[in-house]
Design a protein around this ligand. Structure first.
Ligand SMILES: Cc1cc2nc3c(=O)[nH]c(=O)nc-3n(C[C@H](O)[C@H](O)[C@H](O)COP(=O)(O)OP(=O)(O)OC[C@H]3O[C@@H](n4cnc5c(N)ncnc54)[C@H](O)[C@@H]3O)c2cc1C
Length: 402
């Protein structure tokens, strides 16, 4: 069989490797620019285990995959297991963490509640006064998303996949309801199976075929502050769902990210072309209330110079789950996109799931949750879609909280 994967982000490269590993045909990945140049390169790279049905298996598989890649390739993905402080800013949030704690104990995960003093020893910037509880989840950390992408690509090449950078997929060729190949900037490439993993550009790729994907991008941001004291590299990351903020150490500095309640949507067609290693302009007004909440938790932030404002586009769906699976009306066409700010975390699971779909192996993950056709014709309604994604950025946060 001939496989073509469109898109060389963290998702497409994972898929290319998983397919190549199956040894069931020739895999070619097409990336119109360089690997990771779309959304992946500026991701915060956090991976956090949470005892949720859809999340547990995916994250455990991510950990297993990272360990395997690093061992087999001798390459670093930047993985650093720091643990994560879950900060409860309200009784309701504490109640949610109590549920996590019980599930973690049942699962044998050595999570525990910390006193304010213990937490301050782990992050000296924290003011624990006013918090209803602090829960330490040790199964959390971060990777360098570019390194993880490069590791997937290296592993894919070793298994015989061909990775073509600077090649654009222009259109899909369909004959009698079946995919036959991809027209590209370098000419036609025949294929029996095409996996569309073009990130926020996936929807427009399918539009000419009359297929609507329920994905739409929002602006998504974090800042990096020059804090004093500088943070040790192994400082646990944090999440504060009540305040809608999260963060971690970044080369001694403090990365603080925000999950916007009324996220700004953007039309992919309005983005510069090429959009390669590109960011959107900072929006200080938008982050102001979240940043103020973050300074209440970490007072030294108030006077810390902000060194970077990272604002990148990321695509979301109205229910917060990605779109992964076969496209109903076209044999041989699979999509894997709209990662709802969890693409680094979900990349291993996505690659595995696509490979299982292709080989017919029983999927190890809840494939039904990700069925790309679950929104039916509502996916065509842009107003509905934009409203849905604008609110899911924060609503999905309690579940994913990167
Ligand atoms: C600010 C921010 C912070 C984030 N933090 C986290 C985090 O902490 N943890 C986490 O798990 N996730 C996080 N994410 C989400 C994560 O970064 C994304 O979900 C993930 O990078 C998406 O990967 P992708 O491969 O789907 O898309 P992309 O990385 O955009 O890859 C798609 C690729 O397709 C290529 N392409 C497009 N059209 C074509 C074409 N026609 N032909 C060929 N190639 C094409 C593009 O050039 C691009 O390289 C964050 C996102 C943002 C914006």
């Amino acid at each position: 069989m001939k496989f073509v994967v469109i898109g060389g982000g963290v998702i497409g490269t994972s898929i290319a490797w998983h397919l190549a590993e199956e040894g069931i045909g020739q895999v070619t990945l097409l990336e119109r620019d360089r690997l990771g140049s779309g959304t992946t390169w500026h991701s915060a790279g956090n991976i956090t285990w949470k005892p949720l049905a859809d999340h547990d298996a995916s994250v455990m598989y991510a950990f297993e995959t990272i360990t395997r890649l690093e061992r087999d390739l001798g390459l670093s993905t930047g993985w650093l297991q720091t643990g994560r402080l879950f900060l409860a800013g309200s009784g309701e949030v504490r109640h949610g963490f109590e549920g996590f704690d019980k599930a973690a104990q049942d699962r044998g995960v050595p999570a525990r509640w910390l006193s304010g003093d213990e937490a301050r020893r782990l992050n000296p910037l924290l003011d624990p006064g006013g918090l209803e509880g602090i829960w330490l989840n040790p199964l959390s950390g971060r990777v360098n998303p570019a390194d993880l992408t490069a590791a997937y690509a290296t592993a894919a090449r070793r298994k015989g996949a061909v990775i073509r950078e600077n090649v654009t997929a222009e259109s899909l060729a369909i004959v009698g309801g079946r995919i036959t190949g991809v027209a590209t900037s370098l000419g036609f490439i025949p294929a029996d199976c095409v996996v569309l993993a073009a990130g926020l550009w996936s929807r427009s790729m399918l539009q000419p075929l009359g297929i609507a994907l329920a994905q739409w991008p929002c602006e998504h941001f974090y800042v990096i502050a020059e804090v004093a004291p500088r943070l040790p590299r192994d400082t646990p990351s944090f999440v504060a769902p009540h305040e809608l903020v999260y963060g971690r150490e970044e080369v001694g500095r403090f990365l603080v990210g925000f999950f916007d309640e009324n996220a700004k949507t953007l039309d992919p067609a309005s983005l510069p072309n090429p959009f390669s290693f590109t960011l959107l302009p900072p929006d200080w007004e938008k982050i102001a209330p979240y940043f103020a909440a973050a300074t209440r938790l970490f007072p030294p932030l108030e006077t810390a110079p902000i060194r970077n404002f990272i604002n990148g586009p990321e695509s979301f769906t109205p229910d917060g789950f990605p779109l992964i699976g076969r496209v109903a009306d076209i044999d041989g066409l699979i999509v894997a996109t709209a990662m709802n700010s969890s693409g680094v975390t979900l990349s291993a699971m996505t690659g595995r799931l696509v490979a299982d779909l292709v080989t017919g192996a029983p999927p190890r993950f809840e494939a039904g949750l990700y069925d790309p056709s679950r929104f039916a014709d509502r996916a065509r309604d842009l107003a509905w879609l934009a409203t849905g994604v604008s609110s899911i950025v924060s609503a999905g946060y309690l579940r994913h909280n990167q």
